[in-house]
Design a protein around this ligand. Structure first.
Ligand code: ADP
Length: 394
């Protein structure tokens, strides 16, 4: 078998997502999810073609989970012999990494060091890397950084207005995240429209959510910051808050910093306001007349429109606004509300086009709309696979 496939690994703290990708055709030959690592009721779901294999039982650690998942490739008659690279999604590259990077011991040490900037993410990424290196020792391992696309943000956009020496000493700047998705989707938009000089706003609305403003191939602003906590309201994260809230909670509620971290990352956003973090469940609650759910939705849309407005101005006008990721690709309601009443700014959604459901890139604005509004499915795994293959095979 020719060695042309890439195994993409996205290793989180208690789960690992993986996909076997043919970077040339863009096909996903298999994909899977290892969940509840470290628990007695672990689950692995492995998809290939239109079939599925499932494993249930204790999964001691990442290595055990990935070993079982690799066994499922064999069980389903797929060999990993054709893999030319393993592409790892790594959340934080700091100031150090902004290109796809061949993984060595030194690179692992540096990603580990960057855990101080991403304590929830980088350690889990390193665990995935260590495990894959152990299980596939002869295959090139490549790290693709979620921050890379935003490395060259203009100074005014990346700088926080705090004591410059403190910022310098502690690496405090806007790094931005979901970069692989923003880069992939904005590239698809340029292809779709047939122009590479577009002013674009990309709205990546999934569990995590972020917006970016792109001029041509340069990204000029993005909503996530030092960490993925800043910006839009998300499934469980607050997005922007007054930093004074942190001091207030520390002093008045006697919450320690880990409790506040937990509150803002896991018990805020849509979930904090409504009790659920999935938009489908939120819709059910709203339809049942739940006021808290309605407020959560309104806060979400309010924040989204605030960012769209800011980026319209920063770009000095926009050619294309694009929705992507779970909510962006599936919720016609969020798309309609995010851009409602903007006819005077040349932005008009076509209700019928917006109601179409498929997995293709598509236009949802009216013929008359000066700004083109698109839905473009993101595919971070493919982007990672292509970047890894390009580095390894050339
Ligand atoms: P992640 O950030 O974990 O990659 P996704 O991009 O897959 O997340 O988005 C997941 C979210 O997408 C879900 O939590 C849900 O809120 C939303 N979503 C998925 N399908 C639909 C749908 N049909 N309608 C509305 N929202 C949806």
């Amino acid at each position: 078998m020719t060695q042309s496939l890439v195994l993409v690994i996205n290793s989180g703290s208690s789960s690992v997502k993986y996909q076997l990708v043919d970077p040339a055709s863009g096909d996903a030959l298999a994909s899977g999810l290892v969940e509840r690592i470290g628990e007695d009721d672990g689950v692995i779901t492995h998809h290939y073609g239109d079939r599925e294999l499932e494993h249930r039982g204790p999964i001691a650690d990442h290595a055990a989970g990935m070993r079982l998942a690799f066994g499922m490739f064999e069980e389903s008659g797929q060999s990993l012999d054709g893999v030319c690279a393993v592409g790892h999604r790594v959340v934080h590259g700091g100031e150090v990494f902004y290109e796809p990077t061949l993984i060595t011991d030194d690179v692992v040490a540096e990603i580990t060091r960057l855990s101080e900037l991403a304590p929830l993410h980088n350690p889990a990424n390193v665990t995935g890397i260590d495990t894959a290196r152990e299980l596939l020792p002869d295959v090139a391992q490549v790290a693709i950084f979620d921050t890379a696309f935003f490395h060259r943000l203009p100074a005014a956009a990346r700088t926080y207005a705090i004591d410059a020496e403190v910022a310098q000493q502690y690496g405090i700047r806007r790094y931005g995240f979901h970069g692989t998705s923003h880069e992939y989707v904005s590239g698809k938009v340029a292809e779709f429209v047939g122009r590479d000089d577009l002013n674009q706003i990309v709205l990546h609305l999934g569990n995590g959510a972020s917006a970016s403003a792109i001029r041509g191939s340069e990204v000029i602003d993005t909503s996530m910051g030092l960490t993925p906590l800043e910006g839009l309201v998300m499934g469980t994260r607050s997005g922007d808050i007054d930093p004074g809230i942190v001091m207030h909670l520390r002093r008045s509620a006697d919450m320690d910093i880990d409790a506040i971290d937990q509150l803002l990352n896991r018990r805020s956003g849509i979930k904090g306001l409504s009790g659920v973090n999935d938009f489908r469940e939120l819709r059910k609650l709203i339809d049942a007349g739940n006021d808290a759910a309605k407020l959560a939705y309104d806060v979400y849309i309010h924040r989204l429109r605030r960012y769209i407005g800011a980026y319209l101005l920063e770009l000095g006008g926009v050619d294309v606004i694009t929705f992507t990721a779970g909510v962006g690709e599936n919720s016609s309601e969020v798309r309609a509300d995010a851009l409602a009443g903007l006819g005077r700014l040349g932005i008009e959604i076509d209700a019928e086009r917006n109601a179409v459901r498929n997995h293709e890139a598509r236009v949802i604005s009216t013929e008359a709309s000066a700004v083109t509004v698109l839905v473009v499915p993101t595919n971070e795994e493919l982007a990672i696979a292509r970047a890894a293959a390009a580095l390894v095979v050339g």
